[in-house]
Design a protein around this ligand. Structure first.
Ligand code: NAI
Ligand code: MG
Length: 494
């Protein structure tokens, strides 16, 4: 695939990777990939896979499984390291592609995503030799040990918000552990994933990785319900996650789910400074238009610094440059599609209409000028004394932050935990004893103290409550999520 400028991308016809070949959909249908930064602009077409295509892909991965499973772990790891190398060499092309289809700014988002994706392959490639079991002491007359075995064909389903990184994670973890994988890309952002598939295919036997493109209901659901699948790994909305878990229940399949969030960011009175304000902005993922499951989208600021801290935050948010995802100076790009754009705008309208809340920055998107040409939403900040309104409870998945004052530690922890989500949390506090007491009391899978950055390779990541099941990004995540354990017991007195 040649990767060019945005206009060169327009109208490209792409194919899916099935059994080492590049194929259209069985019935020849396609779906359109649109430019988030320009209303109505088509950038590519990809196959619209349905049940027949899913079936072909799953059967191919079933066929490839015995050979891949029998491949020595170090050889599997070597292939993943070679893929890391290839991704590294094409990193800039990948970054441009990601920026074009997701609307995520190249400097702040897409380039780091391309780089991290290569790092993920390198990390799990190195870990392929660590699929160790245990020996169990049962006395001199016994030898008892465990082996870690792959599940078989894994179904991976990914969203559009960091499509390549999330796909890299599923591919690398599944394949290192000896599984084969059918990966369904998100309909809004399949191009980077297809490009990655092309680089992967150079180093893998046919069928070990199949990548299909299609809509959720007709392709994703067909994949989740296919009888040849041995494990489901899904990242996306909580609502769809529940349907994936129901599909798993029908056949007692293992499932890992990385779902939504409404993560708290708590600012303590000793942290009214610029570093903290910059960290809150990073944690909220404003430069990914807030489209992150990890986003710290509920901001609790101590009442004694509430006004001064928000003034700091607002002056920094005003500095963010919104514009073309491919422009070097852009900090913040466009929302993925018109549906999400409208949804975010509705939340903003609702915030404005809510009597108890006050709009401090941003608001509805510009109706004219360059930014009116795409799905651009300005950083938006509301304040409200309550934690109990829709904007403070639901995952908006846009650049909309709600600020709420607090006075007592116990009360802010209670508010932070009043959520059916529990993915991440951010504690901003110089008094480390107080910070860690808070971190221990928060119900979420990942609490960061004085850090607003993204997931770290090697550290388990995943949610509490309705934010998900299972952990990714780490050796433990790979072992627990992508292998099953067999015990072997030998009676030596026989
Ligand atoms: P989604 O959950 O519908 O889509 C994620 C993936 O699941 C896509 O590949 C999609 O094709 C697939 N999918 C959709 N319906 C399916 C089904 N019935 N069976 C199998 N696969 C299916 O997310 P969507 O609609 O793009 O975004 C809606 C909301 O979800 C967002 O506003 C946000 O709140 C949340 N979301 C959360 C993400 C996260 O990382 N936690 C990522 C994307 C969305
Ligand atoms: Mg959906």
């Amino acid at each position: 695939m040649a990767v060019g400028t945005q206009s060169e991308l327009r109208g490209i016809h792409e194919a899916m990777l099935i059994n080492g070949e590049w194929l259209p959909a069985h019935d020849g249908e396609e779906l359109q990939v649109m430019n988030p930064a320009r209303h109505g602009e088509l950038i590519a077409r990809v196959p619209r896979a349905r049940e027949a295509d899913v079936d072909l892909a799953v059967r191919s991965s079933q066929g490839a499984f015995p050979g891949w499973r029998a491949t020595a772990p170090l050889a599997r790891g070597k292939a993943l390291v070679q893929i890391a190398q290839a991704l590294g060499e094409r990193s800039e092309d990948m970054a441009r592609l990601i920026a074009s289809e997701t609307g995520n700014a190249i400097r702040t988002q897409s380039r780091p995503e391309a780089k991290t994706s290569a790092d993920i392959f390198r990390y799990f490639g190195g870990l392929a030799g660590e699929l160790k079991g245990d020996t169990v002491p049962l006395g001199d007359n016994y030898v008892s040990y465990t082996v870690r075995e792959p599940w078989g064909v894994v179904a991976g389903i990914v969203p559009w918000n960091s499509p390549v990184q999330l796909s890299a994670l599923k591919i690398a973890m599944a394949l290192a552990a000896g599984n084969t994988l059918v990966l369904k890309a998100a309909e809004d952002a399949p191009l980077g994933v297809l490009f990655m598939a092309e680089l992967c295919q150079d180093h893998l036997p046919p069928g070990v990785l199949n990548v299909i493109t299609g809509y959720g209901e007709e392709c994703g659901a067909a994949l989740a319900n296919h009888s040849g699948i041995a494990k489901l790994s899904f990242t996306g909305s909580t609502e769809v996650g529940k349907s994936i878990m129901r599909a798993a229940a029908n056949r007692i399949l293992p499932v890992s789910l990385e779902l939504g969030g409404k993560s708290p960011a708590i600012v303590f009175p000793d942290s009214d400074d610029d570093k903290t304000a910059a960290g809150v902005i990073q944690g909220m993922r404003f430069t990914r238009q807030g489209q992150s499951c990890t986003a710290g989208s509920r901001l609790f600021v101590h009442e004694t610094i509430f006004d001064s801290f928000l003034a700091r935050l607002i002056s920094m948010l005003k500095e963010l440059k919104i514009g073309s995802p491919l422009a070097e100076e852009t900090d913040m790009g466009a929302i993925i599609n018109e549906k999400q754009f409208k949804k975010v705008c509705q939340y903003i309208e609702e915030g404005i209409d809510t009597q108890a809340s006050e709009l401090l920055l941003g608001g509805p998107p510009p109706k004219e000028g360059a930014l009116a040409e795409g799905n651009f939403v300005q950083p938006t900040l509301f304040k409200n004394s309550s934690n109990d309104w829709r904007l403070a409870r639901e995952e908006i998945f846009g650049p909309v932050l709600v600020a709420i004052p607090w006075s007592e530690d116990a009360k802010v922890i209670e508010m932070a935990n009043q959520s059916h989500y529990g993915l991440a949390a951010f504690v901003w506090c110089r008094d480390l004893s107080r910070a860690l007491r808070t971190a221990h009391a928060i119900e979420s899978g990942w609490v960061q103290v004085n850090r607003g950055g993204g997931q770290i390779i090697g550290q388990s990541y995943g949610g509490y409550k309705e934010s998900g099941l299972g952990r990714e990004f780490s050796l433990e995540g790979m072992l627990d999520g992508f292998t099953q354990t067999k015990s072997i017991t030998v009676d030596l007195s026989h």
